[in-house]
Design a protein around this ligand. Structure first.
Ligand SMILES: Nc1ncnc2c1ncn2[C@@H]1O[C@H](COP(=O)(O)OP(=O)(O)OP(=O)(O)O)[C@@H](O)[C@H]1O
Length: 684
């Protein structure tokens, strides 16, 4: 028998025997780790070396871990909410043990700061000796390290449970850890961490699902679509691509062992038979027999284009999708020409978006550089992917360079690449730069406004001459790329201040399109329902209560789609089987912000008023605030409105934070967070 951790146990071991073996195994692993720690030259009395890795290293690690961070955010938040007020912290690290993100209780955060659980600190065994993060990463299995089991005395007040995280290709990419004061040790902590890791790993399948045939399976049909759903992905011709933890567990094979298998060797039928079985019945469950004799229920996700989906996409599926699936044979040999437009997926009923898509279609195939403008999270990158997906270049690479997240010192080598020995520390074989990687396809320069000034000239040359010279190469390489870029900065202002080259600007802006902010979109309700249905594909449909929809429409969504997506992801999980997202499923910080907004009948929000006419106004927290007229100007920004309301209430309560917070229905912390923005007279 193989557990979900990959541990091997004899088939007929009793439960007690299994527990004893697990404990014994943990003791052995801790003892091994203690020996390793000594061999690293660390002493238990040493003060931990808690010098932060530095902004450059952290920025690089954050950039490299974007995929992990993106998929871990919601699970971390949910775990954090589950353990709030238990003096604990949730910590996400890279595969090297560098803390990328931590969430925790304020009181414990202060204590934890002394042992540096903040981003940028290194918890590998080499630095910290035996500890759950370092040891779990070293052993590639979940670990509890409790109190005195920590190698360093300074860490002995902690109890930590950590589980490693693998990407859909079976590569270790990080770890999730829950750390508390050792006195608050809970038996179920490890289970919570493992469940969160399973959520993160399953969520990552969104990204790989478009690359193959996705099989969801479980011996119990009702578990399909839940956390323990087995997910395995195969290429169109049946080669194994990926499997989540539950699939590995059910199949009794590790990721590496599965790599030698095919669909038919595991599920007992050839791929062509699967296609025939699924024709016209994609949502139906099929019964298949695994190679080990276990019968499982399966659901298969396949798209008409020979590409496949998990149902987790955020984009609407056009009605013809389903129809063509039932009509056409699901043959892997379909040519890219039958591919549905990806731009069309983004056209969800907003007039501004429709106009943008129309313009983009007019320049399709002309390799005209396109500049996408819009606030953060408005979908610029998604639009860039859609432009590429609709172009003749769609079978070649789409390479994204985020100019803001690459440290300035690395951006040149990242873009242009280098040859072996180009500089000290360069990799032996050299590195192919992103521009060359995009050859034949599309290079997307995200956050172009953050491109360092000295590299702007080099980039301009590439755009003019379509040639690059990698560092240390002494030769030029021709490249054939289509250029897209995006920014939320005002490049014209940057040009006026001398921060952005005018000639580069004109090279990049063959066509400029601006994406509307979420609050301006007239298809708001539609996109909300689309996102919800993508998030709740496997459970029963989820709705928003009228009250929540009213709040959503009143809110300004400074983080746009990204913020909406994250909020809904957690809300869908929290709403469980109730089928409706209610106020109690929304995060406190959102409720606090919405509480200080005037209700809809006092505010004129252009894009949503039409949709709001029949909605119930929320209780207006401004009812007691003097001088409401100041803050109800349509142009007032969310941040200003919030600050002004807090200032007015503080004046009214003579600087008493508790009373003002109570009157506004927000927490004292929210007021303290805004302290630096408040005028001095509010405290008098
Ligand atoms: N039309 C849409 N419908 C649903 N979700 C969307 C839509 N557009 C974007 N998203 C989601 O919102 C998130 C942010 O999108 P994206 O990264 O494309 O935005 P961006 O404008 O490039 O952000 P930034 O400026 O911060 O880089 C992603 O998770 C994306 O899937």
């Amino acid at each position: 028998m193989i557990t979900q951790d990959g541990n091997h146990f004899p088939q007929r071991a009793s439960f007690d025997t299994v527990v004893d073996m697990a404990n014994e195994k943990r003791r052995v692993l801790i003892a091994d780790s203690q020996l390793r720690s000594s061999s690293f030259g660390i002493k238990s009395s040493d003060k931990p070396e808690f010098s932060s890795a530095g902004r450059g290293v952290l920025a690089h690690a954050l950039d490299e871990s974007r995929f992990l961070l993106q998929h871990a955010a919601a699970a971390m938040q949910t775990l954090h909410e589950q353990i709030s007020n238990t003096h604990s912290m949730v910590v996400l690290t890279s595969a090297n043990g560098l803390v990328l993100k931590s969430l925790g209780d304020i009181d414990f955060l202060e204590k934890a700061a002394q042992v540096a659980l903040a981003p940028g600190f290194d918890w590998s065994e080499k630095i910290n000796g035996t500890n759950a993060i370092g040891t779990a990463l070293r052993e590639e299995q979940s670990m509890i390290v409790h109190g005195g089991e920590h190698f360093m005395n300074a860490n002995k007040f902690l109890t930590c449970a950590c589980a490693p995280i693998s990407d859909p290709y079976g590569r270790l990419i990080g770890a999730l850890d829950l750390t508390s004061d050792y006195r608050s040790f809970q038996q179920h902590t490890m289970a919570l961490v493992k469940m969160s890791v399973q959520m993160i790993e399953n969520h990552m399948f969104e990204d790989i699902s478009s690359k193959g045939v996705v099989i969801h399976f479980h011996a119990r049909a009702e578990f399909i679509g839940t956390l323990v759903d087995g997910i395995a992905v195969f290429s169109a011709d049946g080669r194994f691509l990926s499997a989540n933890r539950s699939a590995q567990f059910q199949l009794g094979l590790s990721f590496n062992a599965l790599s030698a298998h095919t669909f038919s060797s595991l599920f007992g039928i050839p791929m062509s038979r699967l296609y025939a079985l699924c024709r016209g019945t994609l949502t139906k469950l099929h019964s298949l027999c695994l190679y080990n004799g276990v019968t499982v229920s399966c659901r298969v996700d396949i798209t008409s284009s020979g590409q496949f989906f998990t149902g987790q996409e955020i984009l609407p599926k056009p009605a013809i999708d389903a129809a063509s699936i039932t009509r056409e044979p699901l043959s892997p040999s379909l040519t890219p020409k039958s591919k549905l437009s990806t731009l069309r997926y983004l056209d969800t009923g907003d007039a501004q978006i429709a106009a943008v898509i129309q313009k983009l279609r007019l320049v399709r195939g002309r390799d005209i550089p396109i500049m996408i403008l819009g606030e953060t999270g408005t979908g610029k990158e998604l639009m860039a992917q859609a432009i590429h997906g609709d172009s003749e270049r769609s079978s070649a690479p789409f390479v994204c360079v985020n100019c803001a997240s690459i440290p300035e010192s690395l951006i040149e080598s990242e873009l242009f690449g280098y040859e072996s020995g180009a500089f000290t520390g360069a990799r032996e074989k050299g590195v192919i730069g992103k521009i060359q990687q995009a050859n034949g396809g599309t290079l997307f320069l995200d956050e172009i406004g953050d491109m360092p000034r000295n590299l702007q000239a080099r980039l301009l040359r590439v755009l003019q001459e379509r040639r690059i010279s990698p560092l240390g190469a002494g030769r030029e390489i021709a490249v054939d790329i289509s250029i897209l870029c995006a920014t939320n900065k005002n490049l014209k202002e940057m040009i006026a201040c001398g921060e952005f080259r005018q000639d580069l600007y004109y090279r990049l802006n063959g066509l400029v399109v601006r994406l509307p902010a979420l609050r301006e979109r007239t298809d708001f309700k539609f996109v909300v329902s689309k996102i919800i249905s993508s998030l709740s594909t496997y459970s029963k449909p989820v709705d928003l209560s009228d009250e929540v929809m009213e709040m959503f429409q009143r809110y300004q969504w400074p983080g746009n789609f990204r913020q909406l997506h994250n909020l809904l992801r957690t809300a869908v999980v929290m709403s469980g089987d109730t089928g409706t997202i209610e106020r109690l499923h929304l995060p406190d910080d959102f409720l606090e912000e919405i509480a200080v907004l005037p209700c809809v009948d006092t505010f004129d929000i252009p894009a949503v008023t039409g949709a709001l006419t029949n909605t119930k106004p929320a209780i207006n927290p401004f009812a007691n605030v003097a001088n409401v007229a100041d803050i109800t100007k349509p142009a007032a920004r969310l941040e200003e409105v919030t600050t002004l309301a807090i200032a007015q209430m503080l004046r009214q309560h003579k600087g008493n934070v508790s009373s003002a917070a109570k009157a506004l229905g927000i927490s004292r912390n929210t007021i303290y967070r805004k302290k630096h923005q408040l005028p001095a007279d509010v405290w008098d």
